[in-house]
Design a protein around this ligand. Structure first.
Ligand code: ZN
Length: 454
């Protein structure tokens, strides 16, 4: 709270607005973007009093502690007052910053600048209209997927070598970054020359650790490709969480789960794990696309994951619109989970209390995961149209043309364009759901013999 207050005091100083105003007249588009982002920060700070900046930080700190205790005890009531406090501080913030816009838009703006509830609603509706029947059809499909190709034991050291080999092939530069073990997989870019990834692994299942590394590597490639221009200026950063996630999902799902990539990877896998040779890619590939509704978002597959996100999107915007109270939240969670996924947790620990986000005041954050997947599919399709058949190229280990395409159109742009403009310039159209549904059709649809597109 103290630090948040000091930061707020620095951001509201008149000098910042004056300096940004001068930079805004620069001839360089990048410098003008620097000024625009600095002014945005200044205006956002100036809209609220220092006392509210402090209260937001204090409510988040208290929220996290309360959430941990509530989750441990599986008792939502222990978290409810802290959640009320967080919601009320954020409502106050939204009302001060954008009094005429829906409150939820101000939440989205923190993570996906420029995104609005009105724009997301039809995208997410289109998605759930396709994915809910897809998940049902998969459940009724008589085809069972043999997952034994990935069953352990897989030594940690071998997994480590294989994952690093794949990350290097993607183009991650280990001279300018590193990979370490942690409980929670993440990527943090301190600068393009210092990008740190973490992963976790499961000795019993090769997919867990490897796909985690491929995901974080995608984030890391974006960070390493951001404009290097001395000290990082406002416009040299990643444009939004959705675009960030588009890079991780692209490398994890579109490349890392492709047949071509696995045909390329198989000889390395056989060299590191000689007892697994020959590794049958055709038998293994379907097991990279298993769809199975589950209670926990972070363990969900490529399809049901988005139903977890839509559940949270529906509930948090209902909270901000006043259609739902905090007391009603656990039951609403159960019924939405039942409607979207066909399963619901009897406990709150594995239901409404499973994610840390709301306890940190991260409202409007979940949708960026799905926006990332949609953008990944759209970017991948556009790149493939430009560069030709990726599956054949991946099999030959040719991954650098795809990275170069992303470097030019996404990474090096930084925040010179907004997320929507960036996507439109790179792919020729605004964000739509079709490329992702087509991607799911060629993978999940084909494997289970069901229709993903209707
Ligand atoms: Zn991610």
């Amino acid at each position: 709270s103290t630090v948040a207050g000091l930061r707020h005091r620095a951001l509201v100083r008149d000098e910042l607005v004056q300096v940004a105003g001068r930079v805004a007249e620069s001839e360089s588009a990048r410098r003008r973007a620097d000024a625009a982002w600095a002014l945005r920060e200044a205006e956002r700070a100036r809209a609220i009093p220092e006392s509210l900046a402090r209260e937001l930080a204090a409510a988040r700190a208290a929220g996290f502690g309360a959430w941990r205790r509530a989750r441990e005890a599986d008792d939502f009531d222990l978290f409810a007052p802290a959640l009320e406090r967080l919601l009320s501080a954020h409502r106050e913030e939204a009302a001060a910053r954008a009094p005429d816009a829906p409150t939820y838009d101000a939440m989205l703006d923190d993570y996906e600048p420029g995104a609005t509830e009105v724009e997301l609603e039809p995208l997410f509706a289109g998605l759930s209209n396709a994915l809910v029947p897809l998940v049902r059809a998969v459940a009724e499909s008589p085809r069972a997927i043999d997952e034994s190709a990935f069953a352990g034991p897989w030594s940690i050291n071998g997994q480590w070598r294989l994952a690093r080999r794949a990350a290097e092939a993607f183009g991650f530069n280990f001279e300018r970054g590193r990979l370490d073990l942690a409980h929670h997989p993440f990527c943090v870019g301190l600068a393009p020359g210092d990008v740190r990834l973490t992963w976790r692994f499961d000795e019993g299942d090769l997919r867990t650790g490897l796909l985690t590394v491929l995901h974080e590597t995608g984030h890391g490639l974006y960070e390493q490709g951001l404009p290097v221009d001395g000290p990082r200026r406002p416009a040299d950063d990643a444009v939004s969480l959705g675009i960030h996630e588009s890079q991780s999902r692209l490398w994890e799902n579109h490349v890392g789960r492709s047949r071509g990539f696995w045909r390329w990877l198989a000889p390395f896998l056989e060299a590191i794990f000689p007892d697994r040779a020959p590794f049958d890619v055709e038998r293994a590939w379907p097991a990279l696309h298993v769809v199975r509704p589950s209670l926990i978002r972070v363990e969900a597959d490529e399809v049901t994951y988005h139903l977890h996100v839509i559940l949270r999107f529906e509930l948090e915007r209902a909270l901000f619109a006043g259609r739902l109270t905090v007391a009603e939240l656990p039951d609403a969670w159960r019924s939405e989970s039942e409607r979207l996924l066909g399963v619901a947790s009897p406990t709150d620990r594995d239901g409404v209390l499973q994610d840390v986000h709301w306890s940190h005041g991260l409202f409007g954050y979940f949708p960026t995961y799905t926006l990332g997947s949609l953008a990944a599919a759209q970017l991948f399709a556009a790149a493939e149209e430009d560069l030709g058949d990726f599956d054949a190229a991946f099999e030959r280990g040719e991954l650098s043309p795809l990275l170069a395409w992303m470097r030019a159109r996404v990474h090096s742009v930084g925040r010179r364009l907004g997320a929507a403009e960036l996507l439109e310039e790179a792919t020729g159209r605004p964000l739509v759901v079709e490329p992702m549904l087509e991607h799911l059709q060629t993978r999940v649809g084909a494997i289970y013999g069901v229709e993903a597109l209707r």
